[in-house]
Design a protein around this ligand. Structure first.
Ligand code: NOJ
Length: 584
């Protein structure tokens, strides 16, 4: 059992000061901790930041973000405290799905720059201690990819079997499988009179992963990028690599979706067992590189059991399957978050958690957790929830300044095709992909020149919600993120401490402890988040501790902390109050 030294500082603190401002850690900027040792993988200490290249920074004034633009903002990311960037696809693409339809896997789309620009980006990022993670789309290609063009050219083309081609049934589709983006997952190619399968858009035909040549080609592509020095891949839609060879119909579920189709369970097109053979092969490939590349799986698995399988029975598959269970929570609920963080923490494979609250496919966290009245306070609370647990957090550009989701007002303004198919129920994903808001400059917030029309409009709130303005406001969300990120990189309990749930039955306050291993010197870190709109008074029960004797210091909080409330036996948390406390 761990012995906690008895100190009377709590009392002294209360005497010396009645209020601490929104407390921020006093630590200095210190070098990012990046380890390359096998036993201490870098990705466990890293904070990953997703860059959507179209929307991050335009350097050549064509209204579309680009690689030179990203490069020019690396120092900003370094100062923020980011260890790795995941950049969504920048390969040549017809851009039907804004890069997730790739026509050439070993090149850069001229919209974003050149391979030379990419090499400079990689070098500059690495010199700043920032790793670059590529997005790789293994499940499908663009229909403009030369592989598909060959495959479609005749029934007996050598690449015919690289994709999933089937005859129709009774003059219609081969079966009832549906595309995630609406309607049948089969499209008839009149030339050969067969249907090809696509889990996503018609222009994104699925590869046939049962064909060894497909695997070989994809692994070659991954080597190409790893040889350049990238630090891993975020693997798009990987649970969908295989489909049932016998084409069983998927079971229907009650109701209809936003596209007007019957709801369906993707039973025969998702999570087929063969996917684990591929994961093991991918892991071997990654492990053969000395910089320990990481594999991150886009894994919107229905249960933690399914997610856990992705780590592999021998921890020999994906290091970081993204936890969509957490990301999909659409309410601020202490019991729900407590349960889900505990579940991933105790996953049967003992895998390392990876979680996020915003990305380029879903409504930003500002709206999903904001109640309309306390959104700024809640945004800070969510930052604490994101950056303090044990695991690898993944941020999305702009969340650190509180960017909102800004949906198109009219169907004719929609750029994301699902927003056109599903309008008005499904407005697409443009709303969470608007340009990064760098400055108050009107009209384009420093994303691109004021005389240019950006590919998506810059939201009007950019005049106040932007990096430049928030930099100079000590109480801004941006500075709050910076403080948390510094703390995360310097506080031993946050780097290597375990995660212990406390107050397990509280309906409003989600609290946990980051605990140093027994016998180690240093302090534990306690986190308490009031997820309700009422003030809460609670006893924060630190296990094994003699409460009166604990030394307590507020490290960060999203409210002015009355020092008297630092009594762990009776802590007062204001509505949506979040506090991070050192205890020893
Ligand atoms: C998941 C990606 O995140 C999404 O943006 C894309 O549309 C689909 N996969 C298809 O690649």
């Amino acid at each position: 059992m761990r012995v906690i030294p008895a100190v009377l500082c709590l009392l002294l603190c209360q005497i010396f000061s009645s209020y601490a401002q929104q407390a921020q850690p006093s630590v200095k900027n210190s070098p990012t901790i990046i380890s390359t040792g096998k036993d201490d993988p870098w990705w466990q200490h890293a904070v990953i930041y997703e860059v959507y290249p179209r929307s991050f920074q335009d350097s050549n004034n064509d209204g579309i973000g680009d690689i030179k633009g990203i490069e020019s903002r690396l120092q900003y990311l370094k100062d923020l405290g980011i260890d790795a960037i995941w950049i969504t696809p920048m390969y040549p693409s017809p851009q039907v799905d804004f890069g997730y339809d790739i026509s050439d896997y070993e090149a850069i789309d001229p919209q974003y720059g050149t391979m030379g620009d990419f090499d400079v980006l990689l070098k500059t990022a690495n010199s700043l201690g920032i790793r670059v993670i590529m997005d790789i789309v293994l499940n499908h290609t663009s229909d403009q990819n030369p592989w598909f063009k060959e495959s479609a050219s005749s029934l007996n083309n050598p690449k015919r079997d690289w994709y999933i081609w089937r005859d129709g049934k009774n003059g219609s589709y081969p079966n009832n499988w549906q595309s995630w983006f609406g309607h049948s997952a089969w499209t008839l190619d009149p030339k050969t009179n067969q249907y090809y399968y696509h889990y996503f858009y018609t222009q994104q035909p699925d590869l046939n992963w049962r064909n060894p040549e497909v695997r070989k080609a994809m692994y070659g592509i991954m080597r190409y990028w790893l040889d350049k020095g990238v630090s891993g891949f975020r693997m798009d839609a990987v649970s969908r690599l295989f489909e049932d060879v016998e084409l069983h119909d998927d079971p229907y579920l009650p109701g209809y979706n936003a596209f007007g189709d019957r709801n369906i369970q993707h039973k025969y097109t998702d999570d087929l067992p063969e996917v684990h053979d591929v994961f093991r092969e991918l892991r071997k490939l990654a492990d053969s590189y000395p910089n320990h590349p990481v594999l991150i799986a886009e894994a919107d698995e229905p249960t933690i059991g399914d997610l856990s399988k992705m780590y592999g029975a021998q921890s020999d598959e994906v290091q970081l399957p993204m936890d969509f269970q957490i990301a999909d929570v659409n309410e601020l609920s202490a019991p729900r978050f407590r349960k889900l963080f505990a579940e991933v923490e105790n996953n049967p494979a003992h895998g390392w958690p990876e979680y996020f609250f915003s990305n380029h496919d879903q409504v930003r966290q500002w709206e999903r957790y904001g109640d309309g009245a306390h959104n700024a306070q809640i945004a800070k609370l969510m930052a604490v929830l994101e950056l303090m647990p044990r695991g690898t957090p993944q941020m999305y550009y702009g969340e650190e300044i509180g960017m909102r989701t800004t949906e198109p007002a009219r169907k004719e303004d929609v750029r994301d095709p699902i927003g056109i198919t599903g309008w008005p129920k499904e407005k697409g994903r443009d709303g969470e992909r608007t340009p990064m808001q760098w400055s108050p400059a009107s009209p384009n917030a420093g994303f691109t020149s004021p005389s240019v029309t950006p590919w998506l409009p810059v939201p009007p709130n950019a005049r106040t919600v932007n990096v430049e303005t928030e930099k100079s406001d000590p109480n801004s969300l941006l500075n709050f993120y910076k403080a948390l990120l510094r703390l995360r990189h310097t506080e031993p309990a946050l780097l290597s401490g375990s995660y212990v749930t406390i107050n397990p039955d509280d309906q409003h306050v989600f609290a946990f402890l980051r605990r140093l291993p027994a016998g180690s010197h240093g302090r534990d870190v306690l986190v308490a988040l009031n997820m309700s709109s009422q003030s809460q008074t609670i006893q924060l029960r630190v296990p094994d501790a003699k409460h009166g004797s604990l030394r307590v210091k507020v490290l960060v909080s999203n409210y002015a902390v009355p020092m008297s409330s630092l009594d762990l036996d009776q802590t007062i948390l204001p509505p949506f109050g979040a506090v991070v406390v050192a205890v020893e």
